[in-house]
Design a protein around this ligand. Sequence first.
Ligand code: KIV
Ligand code: ZN
Length: 531
Amino acid sequence: MSERVYIFDTTLRDGEQSPGCSMDFTEKLEMARQLERLRVDILEAGFPIASQGDFEAVKAIASEIRTPIVAALARANQLDIDRAWEAIRDAERPRIHTFLSTSDIHLKYKLHKTREEILKQISWAVGHAKSCCADVEFSPEDAGRTDRDYLIECCHAAVEAGATVLNLPDTVGYCLEPEYERLFADVKSRLPGMDKVILSTHSHDDLGLAVANTLAGIRGGARQVECAINGIGERAGNAALEEVVMALYVREDALGVHTEICREELFASSRLLTRLTGVAVQRNKAIVGLNAFSHEAGIHQDGVLKNAITYEIITPQTVGLPSNQIVLGKHSGRHALAKRFEELGYQLAKPELERAYQLFTQLADRKKNIYDEDLVAIVREGFQHLPEMYSLKLLQSVTSTEGRSTATLELEKDGSVFHDSATAEGPCDAAFRALDRITGLPGVISDFSVHTVGPGNDGVAEVSIRARFQGCEFTGKSTSHSVVEAATRAYLQAANKAAYEARRREEQGAALASRSVHEKEAVDRLLPGGY
Ligand code: KIV
Ligand code: ZN
């Protein structure tokens, strides 16, 4: 049996902190549950000191997620480490991941500290983390550009203080493969006590080398790899988890290592992240892109029909890609639906199945062919537990090539129905304006993305929206056969969150009115800035 490489997923930390990829509390939990299904070994849940919202999400993940190690990031200081520990102390297997820059560039321009001071800080911080938690990982930030002898001194200090995992990040994505491989080989051969330590890779994709460098790190001796679903992360991103996992699987013969990831969950993980963040992967993205398994050229199609091995090194089923066959139609019943969901990996409880069935029949009325992707979209869409103050009763949209569009909306709130109309340049904008008039909460769209789920002209539109209401940003997502309806529902979801938050703040404000100004300021600081 080949040696095992541990998969450290940083989708919810390095990934989530990148622009456009932020998730709210519920979304982070949903993603964490999927990462557990994917069987990642270590799940980095966030950076608890960064905000109250991050702290709460990490805490909730640590209490719920049982199988993977749950890690929290902390800079090498007491406040950060204590906050990280507070967030993960309920985890089945908690890990504190602390880091400090070690390259001369960072010491001189960012930290204004000497090498001696950094060494002392590493010893102290790792020691303090160790006094809270048995499992401590240390990262010398910018290891890729750190003087080798000094890096080994820093690693030595961390191991002496109790670190059992040493991550050697190429923070700025600068290293070439042979250099990154050498880095690991050097540390492995020169660091005393290496038998008790796992070395870890952490590559960034600034030169498009993150996955290649991750594999180089493994060749050099790393047995943990840090990566993120769809390769999201700071700037150009981290190494894409699905690419690393599949490279290790397909080329185990050459690399001599394996992972214990549930590969059939790769596609679902990628799709879920796209839905939660609204950031889609490009069609030709390896492993999870829409084109990854399509064959266009006649010669290729001919070969694949004769035997898929001619042009396919991975079958779509290996990564859990739905088969694309027509599976269900409008006459299918709950039983068939439940069975198909089971095959797709969803064990639905009775009320969930009922909800899925309603959505399914609505869709089947409008759409002849229901594909597996449609079912995945239904189940993901239908089970979001969002506060819904307003629900959509009716949407009428009139659009013309000649001029402006008009939308009429009916929304229900607490048993009463409200309706209004608006006119704007496009049909979606008209629907948003009509909705604003009813809720009294005008929103400004900051991000709008739409893509189709399912093949051909029969696909379902999936719309993700980010909008600002009263200075705070909220997100919404929805799927429908009609783009205007999906966009309206997504916008309504964001508006519902805004209305819910406005009410929460109002209630909080009333409760605080009787308290001192000092106390109020303290609580305000703890209120999250938005979703
Ligand atoms: O890129 C980096 O150096 C990091 C560290 C915090 C590990 O993300
Ligand atoms: Zn990073």
